[in-house]
Design a protein around this ligand. Structure first.
Ligand SMILES: Cc1ncc(COP(=O)(O)OP(=O)(O)O)c(N)n1
Ligand SMILES: Cc1nc(C(=O)O)sc1CCOP(=O)(O)O
Ligand SMILES: [Mg+2]
Length: 206
């Protein structure tokens, strides 16, 4: 399986700015997570409509937290966070929904697996300005999570094009990046650099 590149929205960019960037970077990414915590359901839905009109495939869009918005906009799925509905609750109601779950320990990873998540996002791996209030968990903890779940693990937090290889070496199925792409001077150049690192890995390991 090709290693995945998930891009996470920052919540700090205007809709116009985000749509312009997404329009140019979508061919190089696996998924775009719309994580806009201060927007209402209606605002997130309007943003998704703009992304869809700009040519970002619905199959590449995941909505953070909002199961209702994911359903009503017809996107790929939902990323359930700490404060979201439970994985098992959503799975019961929506057997077909593609569901990622954000986890921060082996036991949370195993719970997500038993509850029916399709993949997990584990972090934060390295120090990052995007998560200032906690210590990074590091590569050894990532390795433990990868080893102790059968779900695909997407690693998040402080991932740069320089450390991608070490992250992927753990057996993680992919990476998720926020500031390294969306806040780069050139998001297009940045996404290509990350993608290239993953392709180099795939070329030698798939
Ligand atoms: C121990 C721990 N709990 C929760 C979080 C953050 O929650 P998450 O569900 O990942 O939501 P966001 O990252 O989208 O805010 C954490 N980092 N650590
Ligand atoms: C949204 C998010 N969740 C994390 C977690 O560990 O749950 S780390 C993170 C932000 C990652 O941003 P950057 O790529 O800029 O480091
Ligand atoms: Mg998170």
């Amino acid at each position: 399986m090709e290693k995945q590149l998930h891009v996470i929205t920052t919540g700090r960019q205007s809709v116009d700015e985000l749509v312009t960037i997404a329009e140019s970077i979508h061919p190089y990414m696996t998924m775009l997570h719309v994580r806009e915590k201060t927007k209402s359901a209606k605002e997130v839905s309007h943003l998704i409509e703009r992304l869809q009109k700009a040519g970002v495939p619905s199959t590449k869009i995941i909505v953070n937290d909002r199961v209702d918005v994911a359903l009503c906009t017809g996107v790929k799925g939902v990323q359930l966070a700490h404060h979201s509905l439970d994985v098992s609750q959503v799975r019961r109601a929506l057997p077909e929904m593609v569901m990622g779950c954000s986890v921060h320990s082996v036991s949370e990873a195993q719970d997500a697996e038993q509850s029916g998540a399709d993949f997990i996002m584990y972090g934060h791996i390295f120090k990052t300005a995007s998560k200032r209030n906690a210590e990074p968990r590091g590569l050894d903890q990532l390795q433990r999570v990868v080893d102790q779940t059968t779900l695909p693990v997407i690693a998040i937090g402080g991932i740069t094009s320089e450390n991608v290889r070490n992250v992927i070496k753990t057996g993680a199925s992919g990476i998720a990046v926020m500031s390294g792409i969306l806040e780069a001077k050139s998001p297009l150049q940045a996404v290509k650099l990350y993608k290239q690192q993953l392709e180099v890995w795939d070329a030698h390991n798939v």
